[in-house]
Design a protein around this ligand. Structure first.
Ligand SMILES: [Zn+2]
Length: 175
């Protein structure tokens, strides 16, 4: 695997080893850089029997359906990250005590030629009275409500979402 940078940030040597996509080591000065998995949250907002999907307005996966969420900032709890992301993306204030953890799935996110590994933590947030105003931003081209059973999994932007939503679909079909 190619290192995410060409020269050692410490001694400028080109002799870098990128071991298993986890650690970049300089063989000249022993500099080490960990390309750790980043934590991210994704919130499945449910209103009655429908869930909210946003439409991505930028790459990666422009035009595909997405869940509200994003990277967890340093020193932030996953729950607070959900609150912050939903305020930023949808301009809604949620009660974080009503967030229900579902599961986690790994994902990759290619941004400006750097492959980020994430662990996406999925939460369910149910509010039958939720009101969200229309919007159109650089990041998102609005949103839509769909029944889980009617979601085409291939329209989803990321593998982790495909896995978790497929699981929820199966559970709904059983029950
Ligand atoms: Zn070096």
């Amino acid at each position: 695997m190619d290192p995410i940078f060409k020269y050692c940030p410490n001694c400028k040597s080109p002799h870098l080893i990128f071991d298993k996509g986890i650690k970049i080591t300089c063989t000249d000065c022993d500099f080490e850089f960990y390309h750790n998995t980043a934590g991210a949250v994704a919130v499945i907002i449910q209103k009655e029997d429908k869930i909210l999907l946003t439409v991505r307005n930028k790459d990666p996966q422009k035009g595909y359906l997405d869940l509200a969420g994003g990277f967890i900032d340093p020193a932030e709890t996953a729950e607070f990250s959900c609150v912050r992301e939903l305020k930023e993306e949808l301009n809604i204030d949620i009660d974080k005590t009503k967030l229900q953890y579902i599961n986690s799935n790994p994902n990759t996110y290619l941004y400006k030629n750097i492959l980020y590994n994430t662990i996406d933590l999925f939460f369910l947030y149910r509010d039958d009275h939720l009101l969200i105003e229309d919007f159109d931003t650089i990041e998102l081209k609005g949103f839509l409500w769909k029944k889980i059973t009617e979601i085409d999994i291939d329209e989803l932007a990321f593998e982790s979402q495909k896995k978790t939503l497929s699981l929820l679909k199966k559970q709904l079909n059983k029950g």
